[in-house]
Design a protein around this ligand. Structure first.
Ligand code: FAD
Length: 279
């Protein structure tokens, strides 16, 4: 099991994010990932946090990198900074299109898709282990799943060595997706991304961000406990734990938990699974 954290958006928030990520690192996950602001604004923090956790806690780090609307020079600089920071594992992403970017003429962009960044990382001589994103419920810009999976396959052929999924709340959607990936000849490890929803406000944001289907079982839980923060947190952690147990039972054993920088949530999930994880 591994954990994701996100970097601070401002200098003022740096100390609290650093403390939270250190607490999460003390749980000794298989690895931790640090996300990257699409516009590159938080890029320095991504590397700073990744370097600190790896050096101090010995937890292998995965640094995210996005390329949307970047120039070749900008990406070359970022790759050089990652090499200098000793980062060996990179999650290569396109990044979301902001409303302004959506309307832009993208035909001349050096990086239109994540696959362009993956090729660049492969050719950079950095010997990086490269990951990519995948979407059990289809990326919102894709016309259909077949097309989306063909694009995922192209990322793997370009040098992506593992895939991490977007959050999902119905495991059957993941199992179905995995069958289709394997059928298409994509054989790299797939890490299942699990988002523990611990407050009612998160629900709307999560759906908007990911477009994920909320099963009735989950909706009922939010309806019942959403107005009681402590109960919602307990129920959300239990739901995520249950999803993970079902994944393990079905031999999906690489799990990435989107911690939202909450050490108590990460720790509780790990405690709930102590015998299963052997921790
Ligand atoms: P791509 O793989 O480029 O796919 C984007 C879309 O283009 C898909 O619909 C795909 O099917 C399509 N496509 C790909 N290739 C082609 C082609 N040749 N022709 C036509 N269409 C094509 N965002 C951040 O800003 N920072 C982060 O740290 C971050 N971390 C993430 C981690 C995970 C695990 C996931 C699942 C998402 C993350 N995101 C992050 C969000 C991500 O940037 C967005 O979902 C983005 O919209 C797509 O990124 P991608 O790398 O999947 O893009």
């Amino acid at each position: 099991m591994s954990f994701e954290v996100f970097p601070p958006k401002t200098d003022a928030a740096f100390a609290s994010v650093k403390a939270a990520t250190e607490e999460i690192a003390q749980l000794k996950p298989a690895f931790m990932s640090v996300t990257y602001g699409a516009g590159g604004g938080t890029s320095a923090y991504t590397l700073e946090i990744a370097r600190n956790i790896e050096a101090q806690y010995g937890v292998p780090m995965l640094a995210h990198l996005t390329c949307v609307s970047s120039t070749r020079e900008m990406v070359a600089e970022r790759i050089a900074a990652m090499k200098a920071a000793g980062i060996e594992n990179v999650m290569a992403l396109r990044g979301d299109l902001t409303p302004e970017l959506e309307g832009a003429d993208r035909s001349n962009w050096p990086y239109r898709y994540a696959v362009d960044l993956i090729r660049e990382l492969r050719e950079s001589g950095g010997d990086f282990c490269i990951g990519g994103a995948c979407y059990p419920e289809v990326h919102p810009e894709s016309a259909n799943q077949k097309e989306d999976i063909a694009h995922i396959k192209a990322k793997v052929e370009a040098g992506c060595q593992f895939l991490t999924t977007q959050m999902f709340f119905d495991n059957n959607l993941l199992y179905n997706f995995l069958y289709k990936l394997r059928e298409a000849g994509v054989t790299v490890p797939v890490v299942a991304g699990i988002m523990p929803i611990t407050n009612a406000n998160q629900v709307e944001r999560a759906i908007k961000l990911s477009g994920s289907h909320m099963p009735q079982r989950f909706k009922s839980l939010v309806d019942k406990f959403g107005s009681d923060p402590a109960a919602m947190k307990q129920a959300g952690i239990a739901y995520a734990t249950d999803q993970i147990i079902d994944l393990f039972a079905n031999n999906v054993t690489n799990i990435h938990v989107y911690t939202m920088n909450k050490p108590d949530v990460a720790a509780q999930i790990q405690r709930n699974l102590s015998d299963i994880l052997g921790k």
